[in-house]
Design a protein around this ligand. Structure first.
Ligand code: ZN
Length: 287
């Protein structure tokens, strides 16, 4: 089943008087959404009891949960101290995912700002493989880990690198952030063909079945020469990429990703807009 949902809580959620993520599961389900991403970008601070309540609500309302691991993860290192820190960020995220009943852990692979890209990427592959083994040993072998395509050029995570990371292990699924691919290519996604090339590359790299289940982040993003500048909303004109170009391809290729919207403040509304675009594309094809 293709799923749509927000990353975190929208402005409207708070404006309507809601205060806590526990209430967000019913709120997104009533909008017609069925996914939600909990961000631990600035650290995993969720308590077990709260996570349990959020998880219960998510199951009650049929909302699939994912978590976003801390932004501090940087696998491009051979420093034992930093390797230990990375491992603990993964462990904390996995533990919180377990409490929530979330099945996917999204993470940013790392940076190559201060070193040769190939060297950085080789370290990343090596460290990630070790972390996957560690996750098995700690009893988190059933979680899906989702390395994300990144929006800045000096971050690891172009499409090719994410495909390579997904090949480390069968349980790994890519997080394709189309906004990030757009910005790291300085406006690389303009047409439906640009989307098609990305999907074709994924199918060539990891096969149709895993491509079909991929994790997706979609938002419109402003960029500069260095890549990503800031996230925008669907209501703001002049920013890409355009989901209406991707929607027919998802139906045509029978892909059923989980699509998370990271628009600034309007993530749930924009997730719903994408769901409608997908339904329209589907209806159009079936006639
Ligand atoms: Zn991310």
């Amino acid at each position: 089943m293709i799923r749509f949902g927000p990353a975190g809580n929208s402005d409207a959620f708070y404006e309507e008087g809601h205060k806590h993520t526990v209430e967000a599961m019913e709120w997104v389900a009533r909008m017609g959404l069925n996914a939600y991403e909990v961000s631990f970008g600035r650290g995993v601070r969720l308590k077990e009891e709260t996570a349990g309540k959020i998880g219960e609500e998510a199951r009650r309302y049929g909302v699939a949960l994912s978590v976003h691991a801390p932004y501090f993860i940087n696998l491009a290192t051979d420093d034992p101290e930093k390797i230990a820190k990375n491992t603990s960020y993964f462990l904390e995220s996995a533990r919180a995912a377990r409490w929530l009943g979330a099945d996917r852990v999204v993470f940013h692979p790392g940076s190559c700002a201060k070193m040769d890209r190939n060297l950085a990427f080789n370290m990343t592959i090596r460290n990630f493989s070790a972390i996957m083994n560690n996750m098995d040993e700690q009893g988190f072998g059933d979680l899906t880990f989702c390395p994300e395509t990144m929006g800045k050029i000096n971050q690891l995570g172009d499409l090719f690198e994410i495909i390579q990371l997904a090949k480390v292990d069968e349980r790994v699924l890519p997080t394709i952030d189309f906004g990030h691919l757009h910005t790291r290519g300085r406006g690389a996604i303009q047409t439906q063909e640009d989307f098609r090339k990305i999907l074709d590359a994924l199918e060539d790299g990891i096969g149709h079945e895993r491509t079909a289940r991929m994790h997706v982040h979609f938002s419109k993003i402003e960029y500069t020469a260095m890549g990503e500048k800031q996230h925008r909303t669907f209501a703001e004109e002049g920013y890409g990429p355009h989901f209406e170009q991707l929607a027919p391809l998802l139906w045509e290729k029978r892909l059923e990703p989980r699509i998370i919207c990271e628009s600034k403040g309007t993530m749930a509304m924009d997730a719903l807009a994408m769901k409608r675009m997908f339904e329209q594309a589907k209806a159009g094809r079936q006639q």
